[in-house]
Ligand binder design. Structure first.
Ligand SMILES: Nc1nc2c(ncn2[C@@H]2O[C@H](COP(=O)(O)OP(=O)(O)OP(=O)(O)O)[C@@H](O)[C@H]2O)c(=O)[nH]1
Ligand SMILES: [Mg+2]
Length: 275
């Protein structure tokens, strides 16, 4: 039986755990079962059932007390410990309905320049999981285009480092004011000209060459695109599910559902976000 996993990543506080909850609920509404796996050893308490929790094996709190490591060192220690003891995870990943949502820590160095997440992905693939990386960025970032530019680069870095099908989501769209929705398309498409123009307003001529090189990189790869995420809108969650299903080739023996089908689903719904 095929096995599927959404790997939920992104900077601290961008809404990863909240997305896991709402996507799990949405899957249930659709008659599908998914299990949330908490991979964040520094997580606070969850307000919903978590099927497997790394903190039952090792937590940053334990490591800080016993090894006197700070929060970042403690996190790296915990992730390395898990990778050296993967059998504990393997034993847990034994569900009838093999669809999991993996809620990852918010330290972006895990995705951008440390090999730990890549090693974990390789391991899941060796267990026959099909993977999609879901990278969240808080939509409040668009209030500061330079910050958004940095967010786009971190999303791109994660995509290139992890080498699995990848979706970027602009999260917490319910918080976005009407005034910011007008230029939303430029942000959803990570328009390189717009990013460059703003970055150049704040930098010296020498740094502008670097801005230009980075904007060209984003443009050349044409990789970074965002879908809006509004957890309060089931239609929007369904749109995201269709895209994750497409990346996962979910139920490939059935009639495939293309993201283009969204247009039909959304024709009657003016309140939906552009995709
Ligand atoms: N309005 C709104 N708030 C959200 C949404 N998603 C998350 N939040 C809030 O943002 C804060 C952080 O959300 P989390 O889901 O814990 O974010 P996270 O990415 O898991 O955070 P870390 O695990 O600490 O990296 C919480 O106060 C949430 O209630 C959303 O879609 N809309
Ligand atoms: Mg979290």
């Amino acid at each position: 039986m095929p096995r599927y996993a959404q790997i939920i990543m992104g900077p601290a506080g961008c809404g990863k755990s909240t997305y896991c909850y709402h996507m799990q609920q949405h899957l249930e509404l659709a008659g599908r079962t998914a299990h949330v796996i908490n991979l964040d050893p520094a997580a606070e308490n969850f307000e919903y059932p978590v099927a497997w929790d790394i903190r039952d094996v090792i937590s940053v709190e334990d490591v800080s007390e016993t090894l006197h490591l700070g929060p970042n060192g403690g996190l790296i220690y915990c992730m390395e410990f898990l990778l050296q003891n993967l059998e504990v995870l393997d034993e847990a990943l034994n569900y009838d309905d093999d669809y999991i949502l993996i809620d990852c820590p918010g330290q972006i160095e895990l995705y951008t320049h440390l090999p730990l997440m890549r090693q974990l992905m390789d391991h899941l693939q060796s267990l026959d999981y099909k993977l999609v990386a879901v990278y969240l960025l808080d939509c409040q970032f668009i209030d500061d285009t330079a910050k958004f530019f940095a967010g786009v680069l971190s999303a791109m870095s994660a995509m290139l480092q992890l080498e699995v099908p990848h979706l970027n989501l602009l999260s917490k769209m319910d918080l976005l004011g009407e005034d910011r929705r007008r230029d939303l398309d430029d942000f959803l498409s990570a328009d390189a000209d717009m990013l460059l123009a703003t970055a150049n307003m704040y930098t010296t001529e020498r740094q502008q060459r670097l801005n230009s090189a980075m904007a060209n990189l984003i443009d050349d790869f044409s990789l970074v695109r965002f879908l809006p995420l509004d957890n309060t809108d089931e239609g929007n969650l369904e749109a995201i599910l269709i895209n994750t299903d497409h990346c996962l080739q979910y139920g490939e023996e059935e009639e495939p559902r293309e993201p283009a089908d969204l247009d039909n689903d959304r024709n009657d719904d003016d309140s939906s976000f552009p995709m």
